[in-house]
Design a protein around this ligand. Structure first.
Ligand SMILES: O=P(O)(O)O[C@H]1O[C@H](CO)[C@@H](O)[C@H]1O
Ligand SMILES: Nc1nc2[nH]cnc2c(=O)[nH]1
Length: 297
């Protein structure tokens, strides 16, 4: 359970330098596209793009709906890097590997992480097609001892015992709620609590009922390790769940979730998610005096 895998500061640095020597972009914001949401990268202009297979140290995406491409570009004048495809623990990657890109981004000068995901709703008020702004999370693998920060702490990135009580930036959450009014999508959007489970199977009814009683609004198999590592190294985080299905909580219910259905809702709503993310990024405050690679952490 406790992996002995280590990734050195030099390994992250080499990848950051490899990327920075191949693109002129110096991203301030990184975006991770959830299942079916890869088209978020389409809104970037002046793109430079790399397949994960050519980037030193990057794991490979194996999940349908996660293209495996890193795209640099401009979003309304903001320099961004967008992961078309994320890494999940259930693919067999260690948690350290699933979060490898986050520390690379930190070394490249990224200050803000925007995470998106597809998730199942446990809350009666969240329906397929709705968007949940993540207010907080429950790290179920983390509570059971699976955490990307396990092992020796790299003090250059952050402290041994990082606080997680305010990891989803309050200012960005209120900005997003403001933006939803202007985009006239406020009726689709609510704040809520996301829980990560290990997957790859979807929940049993007993598990769904347990999560519901614990106060979970939406459940998925990603995001939390990325947020933990980003928070540890001092990044600001904004998170969105696209609700793709209702999690079955009743033995009388014959509905059955599947990944194709998840991807389909992603495709149907990707434009709305794209608009929301674009507006939030274009209006967020950015500190432009950032050192990159060697002195970024
Ligand atoms: O969290 P993302 O990557 O959006 O994907 C979600 O959708 C997949 C299941 O359909 C799982 O990977 C789950 O985590
Ligand atoms: N665990 C989990 N992940 C999801 N991703 C999209 N929908 C779901 C779901 O219902 N459960």
């Amino acid at each position: 359970m406790h992996s002995k895998e280590q990734i050195s500061h030099d390994d992250y640095q080499k990848t950051a330098e490899w990327l920075m020597s191949r693109t002129k972009h110096r991203p301030q914001v990184s975006i991770i596209c959830g299942s079916g949401l890869g088209r978020l990268a389409d809104s970037l202009s002046c793109r430079d793009q790399f397949s994960y297979s050519e980037i030193p140290g990057f794991p490979q995406s194996t999940v349908q709906g996660h293209a495996g491409c890193l795209v640099f570009g401009e979003l309304k004048g903001r320099s961004c890097v967008c992961m078309q495809g994320r890494f999940h623990m259930y693919e067999g990657h260690s948690l350290l590997k699933t979060t490898f890109p986050i520390r690379v981004f930190k070394l490249m000068g990224v200050q803000t992480l925007v995470v998106t995901n597809a998730a199942g709703s446990l809350a009666d008020h969240l329906h397929p097609g709705d968007i949940m702004i993540i207010k907080d999370h429950i790290n179920i693998p983390g509570l059971a001892g699976l955490n990307p920060l396990h092992g020796p702490n790299d003090d250059k990135f952050g402290p041994r015992f990082p606080a997680m009580s305010s990891c989803y930036d309050r200012g960005l959450r209120s900005l997003a709620l403001e933006v939803t009014k202007q985009l006239d999508i406020a009726g689709l959007v609510q704040e809520g609590v996301y829980a990560m489970v290990g997957g790859p199977n979807f929940e049993t009814i007993a598990e769904a009922r347990m999560l519901h009683r614990l106060g979970v609004d939406a459940v998925g198999m990603s995001t939390v390790p990325e947020v933990v590592v980003a928070t540890h190294c001092g990044m600001q985080v904004f998170g969105l769940s696209l609700i793709t299905n209702k999690v079955v909580k009743s033995y009388e219910d014959s509905d059955c979730v599947n990944h194709d259905g998840v991807l389909e809702v992603g495709r149907l709503r990707s434009e709305t998610v794209q608009q929301l993310v674009t507006e939030v990024i274009s209006r967020m405050e950015i500190n432009n005096n950032i050192d990159r690679t060697s002195s970024a952490v």
